[in-house]
Design a protein around this ligand. Structure first.
Ligand code: S3P
Length: 448
């Protein structure tokens, strides 16, 4: 949806201890991919635990527009009757991907090697984000694109009538770019190869293999080399979407900074391409334990237990860790403000092209709450004040960015004066039950 209605200001204040169990929703990345690969398989894919956030609902609508039958059977329970690789129909209307960069970029890749055209748009945040990172590689397959200046939406993609396979080295660490190329490669004859210098989340590779595609990856001195054989028949799957570590980050981090807290966050995927935040928190001295560690569907999973941690210390987060925690820097900066000493986040320039410029959004809001920040194009440094010592007392701009809104609301739970976000609406894109879940742990929200 290209807008979510009137802005909804929301505040939090210093919280009583957060206690209990936080059942966070399904993984956003895996939910998008389940719908898209389900739509490209022949027959019916069944999905449980699907995230029903607006971003994923917009991808479901997109898959319907391309001809797949996408049906909700109950909470989190969906089926997708796919049309097969190369079977997408031309949508009759504009595809509105709302706030979702993952949605639009993956769907553009998925249709780029079929002889159809489609026009994409999104909300003000998405219309400001760069699409050249997708239109460049899909042009190599033979697709054309016609967007606004700077490669912005709205944009029409004309799919390649006679696609050729490509060999592509991603210019930035991005699972969205890698996945778009792999999805485009599905309908190109021969082998498509993607090389990434730094490993990013590998859900597309895992799921493509699960759907029966011939895909392999190896680590070489150049990076990870992923090879996909085009034009497979994808076989429908039964998918249980694991819970989202990026959503788990909020109750975990809130528990670490609210005095007296003890929160259990069960069934969280600890795929190494996603778990960088939890490692970083432990490096800072957080009381964060992994209980009941196990393997589920080939993915490492654990129950996370987070307890108030008054003695956390700032650290230097190495740049090579960035891809495994790219969505977690906003909430890490809130924890860092409650630790002592400097937390230095290196190699984070991709944060500037997320749903908002997340370095700028967090820096300005934290400064308004009394925290000293240093930043460069590629680095953010938070000067920690120590547990419970952030003054707060400010209104922070969410900038149409769910993770910025949730981060400042968590900050307010530990600050000396309430913290307000000017618009909590975007939270519905990824974590629609955020308020009720945090409320069940003991947090209080005030509408203003
Ligand atoms: C995602 C990849 C990341 C991440 C986004 C989800 C994905 O984006 O920020 O929330 O599902 O592939 P980039 O690939 O642009 O880093």
């Amino acid at each position: 949806m290209s807008s979510h209605g009137p802005a909804r200001p929301l505040s939090t204040h210093a919280s009583q201890p957060l206690t209990g169990q936080a059942d966070v929703p399904g993984d956003k990345s895996i939910s998008h991919r389940s719908l898209i690969l389900g739509a490209l398989a022949v027959g019916e894919t069944k999905v449980t635990g699907l995230l029903e956030g607006q971003d994923v609902l917009d991808t479901a609508a997109a898959m319907r527009a391309f001809g797949a039958d996408v049906i909700q059977h109950g909470p989190g329970a969906w089926s997708v009757h796919g049309v097969g690789v190369g079977g997408f129909a031309e949508p009759e209307t504009v595809i509105d991907c709302g706030n979702s960069g993952t949605g639009v970029r993956l769907v553009m890749g998925a249709m780029a090697t079929t002889d159809i055209s489609a026009t994409f748009t999104g909300d003000a945040s998405l219309r400001g984000r760069p699409m050249g990172r997708i239109t460049d590689p899909i042009a190599l397959f033979g697709a054309a694109s016609y967007g606004r200046k700077g490669g912005r939406l709205p944009m029409t993609i004309v799919g390649a009538a006679q696609p050729v396979p490509v060999h592509y080295k991603t210019p930035m660490p991005s699972a969205q770019v890698k996945s778009a190329v792999l999805l485009a490669g599905l309908n190109a004859p021969g082998e498509t190869v993607v090389i990434e210098a730094e490993a990013t989340r590998d859900h597309s590779e895992r799921m493509l293999a699960g759907f029966g595609a011939e895909i392999s990856s190896e680590t070489t001195p150049e990076g990870r080399v992923i090879t996909l054989v085009g034009q497979p028949e994808l076989k429908p799957q039964t998918i249980t979407v694991p819970r989202d570590p990026s959503s788990a980050a909020f109750p975990v981090c809130a528990a670490l900074i609210v005095p007296g807290s003890d929160v259990l966050v069960p069934n969280i995927g600890l795929n190494p391409t996603r778990a960088g935040l939890f490692q970083t928190l432990r490096d800072m001295g957080a009381d964060l334990t992994y209980e009941n560690e196990r393997l589920e569907g080939g993915e490492p999973v654990a129950d996370l237990r987070a307890r108030f941690s008054p003695d956390m210390k700032g650290i230097e987060v190495p740049p090579e860790r960035a891809p495994s925690m790219i969505d977690e820097y906003p909430i890490l900066s809130v924890v860092a403000a409650n630790a002592t000493g400097k937390t230095v986040m290196l190699g984070v320039k991709e944060l500037r092209v997320k749903e908002s410029d997340r370095i700028d959004a967090m820096a300005r809001g934290l400064e308004a709450c009394g925290v000293t920040i240093e930043e460069t194009e590629d680095t953010m440094i938070v000067h920690g004040l120590g547990a419970g010592l952030v003054p707060g007392g400010a209104t922070c701009a969410a900038r149409l960015d769910h993770r910025i809104a949730m981060s400042f609301l968590c900050l307010g739970m530990s600050a000396q004066k309430p913290v307000t976000v000017d618009d909590a609406g975007p939270i519905a894109t990824s974590f629609p039950i955020f308020e009720s879940l945090m409320g069940s742990l003991g947090a209080e929200f005030t509408e203003s």
